[in-house]
Design a protein around this ligand. Structure first.
Ligand code: FES
Length: 324
């Protein structure tokens, strides 16, 4: 430890530097460069990280923001292969907060992660809906002027609500738009008409949970599951729900809920640790004090006092209490 560090113990020089410039924090942070409105109430934020180890098109990042004194984390797909750029729909606490940020504001950032990438660049089918367009947009932009062998079916409520609509229509790949208001609900038996060679293409799918479940089932019944990659924004769930009264012992809050323990805590105003909200990062674990919980991905009910519970993928299975 150098002289300056010794003189400032127990703080490190970086801790004081952060007071001067938040970008010098040991924790990854990024400054908002621009916020650009997109269709359907979405906005694109370009961020400039203090340091960055790079990313691949199709990956996602964790973004942390403080709202009302509570630090919230969410994950967002990167929509540009070269810049740290995310596109958020102004829905929900964190996305709405991000959509109204301004150039110069600072957010926390986690390194890029994710396997939803396209490395071999062979014939592909992108099947996206709503904001599920975001990781596909990152991959399509990676072509920079070349026309890839991609057929892209995108579902949106209407033509005007297609996020990145003008850019997608100008890319030159085969872009099939499906608008719920004029075309009705897309069912996968239409795929043979829309994309006659879909069985021969590697497929990347991203969209609402119900559509992704139908896609997985469709590819599975045709023995094509090995050609399908799916990106989810929420964990897959099985079976019916469960509920109970959740007691947050340290904060004294209590709420009856069938939602995840993480959502329940946040809506009760409890400072809940969180990360990916997908059951991947273990950034949300909290000790269980009593009762049991249900894993929404498997339906398993489990829990002994002292167990660390992943609150983002667990719902109460009857009354339970958490050490938070
Ligand atoms: S927030 Fe990542 S595992 Fe729960």
């Amino acid at each position: 430890m150098g002289l300056l560090a010794s003189a400032t113990t127990p703080f490190l020089p970086q801790d004081f530097a952060t007071l001067v410039n938040p970008m010098w924090s040991r924790e990854l942070r990024a400054r908002v460069v621009s916020v650009t409105p997109e269709a359907a109430g979405a906005a694109t934020l370009v961020l400039k990280p203090g340091r960055w180890s790079g990313h691949l098109a199709g990956q996602y990042v964790g973004i942390g923001v403080e709202i009302g004194g509570v630090l919230h984390w969410r994950t967002y797909s990167l929509t540009d292969p070269e810049r740290v750029s995310i596109t958020v729909k102004a829905l929900g606490l964190v996305s709405s907060h991000l959509a109204q940020l301004r150039a110069g504001d600072v957010v926390r950032l986690r390194p890029a992660e994710g396997e939803f990438t396209w490395s071999d660049r062979g014939p592909a089918l992108f099947l996206t809906a709503g904001s599920g367009i975001t990781p596909a947009m990152g991959m399509l932009r990676a072509f920079r002027g070349q026309v890839p062998d991609v057929t892209h079916v995108h579902v949106a409520p209407s033509r005007t609500e297609v996020i990145f609509g003008p850019e997608l229509r100008a890319l030159g790949h085969r872009f099939v738009e499906w608008h719920d208001d004029t075309d009705g609900t897309l069912t996968l038996d239409r795929l043979d008409d829309l994309v006659p060679d879909w069985r021969h293409r590697e497929t990347w799918a991203c969209g609402p949970a119900g559509l992704l479940a139908a896609i997985e089932n469709h590819w599975g019944t045709k023995d094509l599951a090995h050609k399908l990659r799916v990106e989810r924004f929420t964990p897959p769930t099985v079976g019916g729900g469960s509920e109970g009264t959740v007691t947050f012992a340290r904060s004294g809050a209590q709420q009856h809920s069938s939602a995840t323990l993480l959502d329940t805590g946040e809506s009760a105003g409890v400072l809940m640790p969180s990360g990916c909200r997908m059951g991947i990062c273990y950034g949300c674990v909290i000790p269980l004090l009593s009762g049991q919980v249900r894993d929404v991905r498997t339906g398993d009910v489990h829990g002994e006092p002292g167990d660390l519970v992943q609150t983002c993928i667990s719902t109460p299975a009857g009354d339970c209490s958490l050490d938070v």
